[in-house]
Design a protein around this ligand. Structure first.
Ligand SMILES: Cc1cc2nc3c(=O)[nH]c(=O)nc-3n(C[C@H](O)[C@H](O)[C@H](O)COP(=O)(O)OP(=O)(O)OC[C@H]3O[C@@H](n4cnc5c(N)ncnc54)[C@H](O)[C@@H]3O)c2cc1C
Length: 458
């Protein structure tokens, strides 16, 4: 790999006046699963809310990153642990044919025919039962997310990069963003970092941890791409009929491409997305991001050529697109009032301030469901700031497990609701009335400990 260019020189930027383009109750930066959900929840809870997103669409990894599997919403029983805004995404996508997932009354079923159908989709079965995992169309999801923002009356700024945090005496007062209109400020009573990578944390002076073990999944970057003119069921037939040969071909593919490429289903049988895991690059380093974009496209071409020549279903396939958003799984993690650890997940730790329940992880053995405390969204020292999404306060092992899309939506929904409550009651985010927050989340169909969690079958 080429040596990175950097010098020790610095220059002084001139101070400048910045126009305040908006004053709001809640300002959310980053419109991915965490940030979008925070903005929707805040606005629906009565806060004047602004959402700032660097790209021209919302959804983060779930759309721009072409990460189109929304898994781990239930545990194989009839109960669904994650409902709330994630379920709203699925319901709205269902209305426009943008989603493939088991029907509500199939969840938890052990019906052999159903199980053998859904087993072909990764993450839809567990211990011989159906679990809720959805496969979504990223373009239709972009439309759904826009509609939710419009209907909730969130003021949206697209093509806007959150560049600075306005801090006064340890309290966050707003953000500055860059766009084609120049540098502008938005003042807010609460700011929510939904950037995934925790971009606002160093700018706000909040403590964070950016260390990642290079061997774990969330340290690896990716550039997902989609293939058209495929036949997923044909691929499954081949995989089931010739398991060993399939494994050999996948190993050869990784060798030829220079990275592991895994074809996965989508709502359409003829379209697949190809996941990948590129190690040894840092998602917070611009040169590494550049290397990823350039090198991964070479890997894609080599890999696709091999797939066309050697793997049934890809003979006449073509590349539809590459993700407009680099696949970053890790980033900065807040050091919050509570740090969730892998041991906490393993022990099934219970919290008085639980704001989300996440289905137990099979990899951890026979444990209880995972509870997420509100305090892991709240910085230790800085006031007026919350995080929503994968930068929640956690050690790297816990973060590696609890950073899936529905988890980030759940944390975002809680952050937005808490921010609106803080504004309404004129208290700091760390002093939000937890009981009121939990009551509000329960009314939003968010299952919390002790509250039944089955999606209405109406
Ligand atoms: C290749 C890959 C495969 C994955 N597979 C799965 C899977 O199958 N299922 C699953 O559930 N999860 C999967 N994950 C994990 C999951 O996608 C992420 O953890 C999740 O999307 C995180 O949500 P988020 O809202 O915290 O961040 P993101 O999805 O990263 O969204 C962050 C948003 O903030 C915006 N943003 C960032 N910085 C700024 C800024 N400075 N100013 C303005 N806007 C900004 C971004 O453009 C983006 O819209 C995968 C991730 C990757 C990369």
């Amino acid at each position: 790999m080429e040596e990175k260019t950097s010098t020790t020189k610095t220059i002084q930027e001139a101070a400048r006046e910045v126009k305040v383009c908006r004053e709001a109750d809640v300002v959310v930066v980053g419109g991915g699963p965490g940030g979008h959900s925070a903005a929707i929840a805040a606005a629906r809870s009565g806060a004047r809310t602004v959402l700032v997103e660097r790209y021209g669409h919302l959804g983060g990894m779930a759309t721009g990153g072409i990460v189109i599997q929304i898994p781990h919403m239930s545990d194989g029983t009839e109960e669904q642990q994650i409902i709330g805004l994630t379920q709203e995404w699925l319901d709205r996508l269902d209305e426009i044919g943008g989603c493939l997932h088991p029907k509500r009354d199939e969840i938890g079923s052990s019906d052999e025919k159903l199980v053998s159908y859904w087993r072909r989709f990764m993450g839809n079965t567990v211990r011989g039962r159906i679990k809720q995992t959805a496969w979504v169309d990223p373009e239709l999801l972009k439309c759904v997310l826009n509609n939710m923002v419009e209907e909730s009356e969130v003021k949206l700024f697209l093509h806007s990069w959150g560049a600075q945090v306005i801090v006064d005496k340890n309290k966050v007062r707003g953000v500055i963003f860059e766009s084609k209109s120049g540098r502008q400020a938005i003042l807010g009573k609460v700011v929510i970092d939904g950037t995934g990578d925790g971009d606002l944390l160093p700018l706000a002076g909040a403590e964070f941890d950016g260390t990642l073990d290079p061997k774990i999944r969330s340290s690896m970057l990716a550039l997902v791409f989609r293939l058209g003119n495929c036949d997923y069921q044909k691929l499954c037939d081949f995989r089931e009929r010739e398991q060993e040969r399939y494994q050999e071909l996948m190993a050869e593919l990784a060798k030829v491409a220079g990275t592991r490429l895994v074809p996965l289903p989508s709502p359409r049988n003829d379209v697949l997305w190809v996941n990948n895991w590129i190690p040894d690059l840092n998602c917070m380093n611009v040169e590494d991001l550049t290397t990823l974009e350039v090198e991964m496209r070479k890997m894609m071409l080599r890999g696709h050529d091999f797939m066309k020549k050697n793997i049934p279903t890809f003979e006449n396939s073509f590349i539809i697109d590459t993700a407009s958003q680099t696949g970053t799984r890790g980033g900065r993690r807040l050091v919050g009032e509570c740090v969730v650890t892998r041991e906490d997940l393993q022990a099934g730790k219970e919290y008085d301030d639980a704001i989300a329940v996440i289905p137990r992880f099979d990899a951890l053995g026979d444990t209880a469901h995972v509870q997420i405390p509100y305090r892991c969204l709240v910085p230790v020292k800085v006031d007026g700031l919350l995080v929503a999404g994968r930068s929640f306060s956690s050690d790297m092992a816990a973060n590696n497990m609890v950073n899936l899309i529905p988890h980030c939506i759940a944390m975002g929904q809680a952050a937005g609701t808490a921010a609106a409550l803080a504004v309404k009651n004129d208290v700091n985010v760390r002093d939000v009335d937890i009981r009121a927050l939990q009551d509000s989340l329960t009314r939003q169909n968010v299952p919390l400990p002790g509250v039944p969690s089955t999606v209405s079958k109406v």
